[in-house]
Design a binder for this molecule. Structure first.
Ligand SMILES: *Cc1c(COP(=O)(O)O)cnc(C)c1O
Length: 388
């Protein structure tokens, strides 16, 4: 059997060694505290489950859904955008349902790039931007996110010859893995830059509702002319603790939505209708779960960041996301520090270079476990003399 060159371009799974070590330790009965996975441990709100139960009784719920999503779901998305961002969307032309935003991100590439085209991705970044580019035969170009620049890309630093071949630019604020946020002026700059260089901007807004300290995340579609250049990927996963349900949406530029929909029509057949009705309930029902969840995450964030600070770490509290992004102490690489923490303390974190070469020297810790466990992790670090 012979496989594609594209597949060979997909780098070896960085987390493999850590996963293996973790499995070995678990088998020995060691209690591992995992700050690794960014999957909210809090439950999906009851009203959403209830809605799902109700619509399951309808025998028609088992049939094929419309490719682009049922109209009522797309309308609920448009209404939510209007209420949340003041952005008016055409539910027919500017909204499409996704089987989670990851699916939409992965499928935008074949609709936009040809082999050899460049995709500008921020680094460190969500791995799908780069892997999706490679699988479509494109060439990813890493735009570094630097701490001293607030983990925002310096667009003017991208070389001219790269820009000439570039067709897409990914931005993701609030950002995974750095926890960085932006304000609307950054999105204005991005829109101007994209118009100048004829780029499709892909804005990944997965964390727009996971905000702290009064910060409110903007949408790139709030910028005048934003929808001329941008498609925005969004999801119910992080907002409503629905990661396993697989439902999201892409909104914005009608041509980009059409390109994405054309690919999707040929590779998938939409989302189980009952899940779409549950999604409508999520978007239009009571929203108090967001405030409640954020209060829980904010408390955990405070516990983790203050704990790391007391161990000497020079870090600040992120204003959004479930992630704390911090440097590894002197003398370690990202991987060697993560291994040390796993072996000595039974704590799992993610090495920063897993998110791109500019993530080297950092680690990511997710606050998707109860506060007591975070406190225990900090205690273990102190006991084993792991400090900044
Ligand atoms: C979690 C996540 C997604 C994907 O979420 P879905 O569950 O596929 O909707 C997309 N982008 C970022 C940055 C994420 O962290």
């Amino acid at each position: 059997m012979r496989f594609s060159k594209k597949l060979k371009n997909i780098p070896p799974y960085l987390f493999a060694t850590i996963d293996k070590k973790m499995a070995e330790m678990k088998a020995k009965g060691i209690d591992i505290i995992s700050l690794g996975i960014g999957d909210p441990d809090l439950p999906t709100p009851q009203n959403i489950f209830k809605k799902m139960h109700e619509v399951l009784e309808d025998p028609k719920s088992g049939r094929y859904p419309p490719y682009e999503g049922i109209y009522a779901f797309r309308k609920a998305v448009a209404d939510w955008y209007k209420k949340r961002f003041g952005v008016i969307l055409d539910a027919d032309k500017e909204v499409v349902s996704l089987i989670g935003s990851k699916e939409g991100i992965a499928h935008i590439f074949p609709g936009v790039i040809d082999p050899g085209d460049i995709v500008l991705t921020t680094d460190p970044g969500y791995p799908v931007y780069k892997m999706g580019t490679l699988l479509a035969g494109g060439i990813p170009y890493s735009v570094p996110l630097k701490e001293k620049e607030g983990f925002l890309p310096n667009l003017e630093s991208i070389p001219k010859n790269i820009l000439k071949k570039a067709k897409m630019l990914f931005v993701n604020y609030p950002n995974n893995p750095t926890g960085a946020v932006c304000d609307i002026s950054f999105f204005k700059e991005v829109v101007k830059f994209a118009k100048k260089h004829d780029l499709l901007v892909c804005s990944d807004l997965a964390y727009s509702e996971v905000n702290y300290d009064g910060y409110v995340a903007p949408s790139i579609l709030q910028v005048p002319g934003g929808r001329d250049v941008a498609i925005e990927f969004h999801s119910l996963s992080k907002t409503y603790n629905m990661t396993g349900w697989r439902i999201g949406m892409a909104v914005g530029n009608a041509e980009a939505i059409k390109a994405l929909s054309t690919i999707k029509t040929n590779v998938d057949s939409g989302i189980f209708k009952a899940i779409q009705y549950a999604g409508i309930e999520a978007l239009t029902g009571p929203q108090d779960c967001i405030v409640k969840n954020n209060a829980i995450f904010q408390k955990r964030r405070d516990v983790l960041v203050e704990g790391l600070q007391s161990l000497g770490w020079p870090i600040e509290k992120p204003k959004a996301t479930f992630y704390v992004w911090a440097k590894v102490p002197k003398g370690y690489t990202s991987v060697s520090f993560c291994e040390e923490l796993l072996v000595k303390c039974g704590i799992m974190i993610v090495p920063g270079n897993g998110y791109g070469k500019f993530g080297e020297g950092y680690f990511r810790a997710a606050i998707t476990i109860p506060e007591e466990r975070i406190l225990e992790a900090l205690q273990r670090m102190e006991d084993k003399g792991i400090r900044w």
